[in-house]
Design a protein around this ligand. Structure first.
Ligand code: G3H
Ligand code: 13P
Ligand code: ZN
Length: 331
């Protein structure tokens, strides 16, 4: 099944709303994570929602976000053609200063199925205006828009929020009504990064209240949970039961990648680095001690395959927790 657009993604969210499960939204910035994810989701027969942040696009483009986005989406398109599931791309945490140079060309070139406009650092009225502008731009392309109300604690490339505040249900209703967003990111006590649960209280009750208020008003958009890495299965299940339909995971994959690579290189140190006090020239391959590294171990594809396997394993477990296993609409 090829890489799909906003209309098809909307149907997946409608199914999730009806049947009470969520999608994991999986951040990636390079191929090993992507390959691991496609393998896990194909095997599980779940549609795959990928996310690309501005920082990830910038990284993939050697400092230039738009070429980076084109490259990553090209990779997604090529691999998803053979995947046997629906594959979608969300642009993650795009701030209002990147509407013209990133969101507009991404919409025009068909580089996303949905986009998150993150104007949550702005006062309410300005957030509404910035979000509404992106909704108006995205509609003609059939691309879904996620807006955010309430700050999510943590520091990312483009977003820095020192304090977190919880989303107010009444404000959420007004925000959805006035902006016309398709998805609403709420702040209920999660944090980006590894510091989960250390200094904020997780408010499942608040997610429930926001869901109930939006439904009462006939504005029952899917709710999005940022900063979801580090939650227990019990917490994830409670939040999904409270109306969360998109569960964002980035830090888990970053850690699994680093853990796998670090273990591999530590285990194989002697085959890759020369003995203490000896050198090895990477151009001439000369070594004072007549030592040689082992190409069967230093070829980056050897470590890369281990990362792909480890990502697939953790992705499989997380999609099971949100209940999306076997629910592909496009398999
Ligand atoms: O919540 C967002 C992601 O973790 C993005 O992080 O901007 O460092 O790529 P990044
Ligand atoms: P984590 O840092 O908890 O993985 O959150 C990811 C996220 O919210 C992406 O938007
Ligand atoms: Zn986030």
């Amino acid at each position: 099944m090829p890489y799909l657009g906003g209309e098809e993604l909307k149907r997946v969210y409608e199914l999730a709303q009806r049947e009470g499960f969520a999608l994991v939204a999986n951040n990636f910035a390079e191929p090993n994570v992507l390959i691991g994810l496609i393998s896990a989701y194909s095997e599980a027969k779940s549609d795959l929602l990928l996310q690309i942040s501005l920082g990830a696009a910038k990284f993939a483009g050697g400092g230039r976000p738009l070429p980076g986005l084109r490259a990553l989406v090209g990779y997604v398109r090529a691999l998803s053609a053979e995947a046997g599931i629906g594959v979608f791309v969300n642009l993650d945490h795009i701030t209002p200063d990147h509407v013209e140079d990133f969101i507009v060309p991404a919409l025009e070139e068909g580089l996303c199925s949905s986009v998150m406009i993150d104007a949550s650092a702005l006062p309410f009225e300005e957030n509404v205006a910035a979000t509404k502008q992106v909704v108006d731009l995205a509609r003609p392309h059939g691309v879904l828009v996620e807006g955010e109300l309430g700050k999510i604690k943590g520091v990312e490339d483009e977003i820095a929020s020192d304090e977190a505040f919880y989303t107010a249900p009444e404000e959420a209703a007004e925000y959805v009504d006035r902006t016309g967003v398709d998805l609403l990111a709420v702040s209920v006590g999660t944090q980006h990064g590894v510091s989960k649960g250390r200094d904020l209280v997780l408010r499942v009750d608040l997610a429930q209240k926001i869901t109930a208020r939006l439904q009462e008003l006939g504005r029952g958009v899917p709710l999005v949970l940022h900063g979801a890495s580090g939650l227990s299965e019990e917490q994830v299940r409670a939040l999904v039961a409270a109306g969360i339909r998109k569960v964002n995971k980035d830090t888990t994959y970053q850690y699994v990648y680093a853990q796998t690579a670090c273990r591999f290189y530590l285990e194989n140190r002697a085959a890759i680095l020369p003995p203490e006090g000896t050198g090895f020239d990477p151009i001439t391959f000369e070594s004072g001690a007549g030592w040689s590294p082992d190409k069967k171990l230093f070829d980056p594809r050897v470590m890369g395959r281990k990362v792909q396997g480890a990502v697939a394993q953790v992705a499989r477990e997380m999609l099971r927790q949100v209940g999306s296993e076997g629910r592909s609409l496009y398999a």
